[in-house]
Write a protein that binds this ligand. Structure first.
Ligand SMILES: [Zn+2]
Length: 234
């Protein structure tokens, strides 16, 4: 554990978004109609790992095996301004969306599992040695110097200090454009609008329940008063 590069790990997590942006730009230059959906997943050592589906229309004229190799070559040759590159463990497998629909759906499901994996971890016991490793990662991330630290008073409230350096969203996808279809008809702003409407509805419902509870309590009081009020017999 002493030999583990905690600073390097947090730095990798912090800069990964920039590496992905550069990679996406290089891929788009080579495959203009390509669209992407990407998921990042924490590996058990705390470093982020990226999974991505690149959708390339058949009219781009690539041969499936060669296309996968080219994607990998483009990704591997991408270097950010700070000199960050992908590791040499990258892999790229061709999936034909129509002919191998099951395989495509399975991979999408796998990616969604990566998104929900973090919350699942909370339900399991962490071995003491791993817990110590994560505490050191926590400490390193809290004390790392992010781009915003320079402009803010201490303590810096950036998310990266609480997420082992990570700052990009867990999942991202290409927007719908003339060149390619959307991955989903649901947009983030639609989801945001639905959340607002749900909260408003819940608040309205909350108020309605409160009013109903007050009315019921008042009714009960009235009934009790009626039950015990003296009856005048003349
Ligand atoms: Zn900061």
């Amino acid at each position: 554990m002493d030999s583990y590069d905690y600073e390097g790990c947090c730095e990798w997590n912090y800069r990964l978004g920039k590496l992905w942006d550069s990679t996406r730009a290089s891929l788009s230059a080579n495959f203009p109609r390509a669209s992407f959906v990407k998921v990042v997943e924490y590996q058990s050592r705390g470093a982020l790992h990226t999974h991505c589906i690149v959708r390339i229309p058949l009219r781009e004229g690539i041969v499936s095996g060669l296309g996968a190799r080219k994607i990998l070559d483009v990704a591997r040759s991408t270097v950010t301004r700070t000199g960050l590159t992908w590791g040499n463990q990258g892999d790229c497998t061709p999936i034909r969306q129509i002919a191998e629909q099951d395989k495509f759906v399975r991979y999408m499901a796998k990616m969604l599992t990566y998104v929900t994996k973090d919350s699942d971890v909370l339900h399991h016991e962490t071995p003491p040695q791993a817990a110590q490793h994560y505490r050191r990662l926590d400490w390193t991330a809290r004390h790392m110097h992010c781009d915003k630290c320079r402009h803010m008073e201490r303590p810096c409230l950036s998310l990266c200090h609480r997420r082992w350096g990570a700052r990009s969203s867990v999942m991202s996808k290409s927007r719908e454009a003339k060149k390619h279809r959307a991955w989903s008809s649901v947009r983030r702003m639609d989801l945001k609008q639905r959340r607002i409407e749900f909260a408003q509805e819940a608040a309205r419902l909350g108020i309605a329940i409160e009013v109903l509870a007050k009315l019921t309590a008042a009714k009960r009081k009235l009934r009790q008063a009626e039950d015990y009020s003296p009856v005048l017999i003349e």
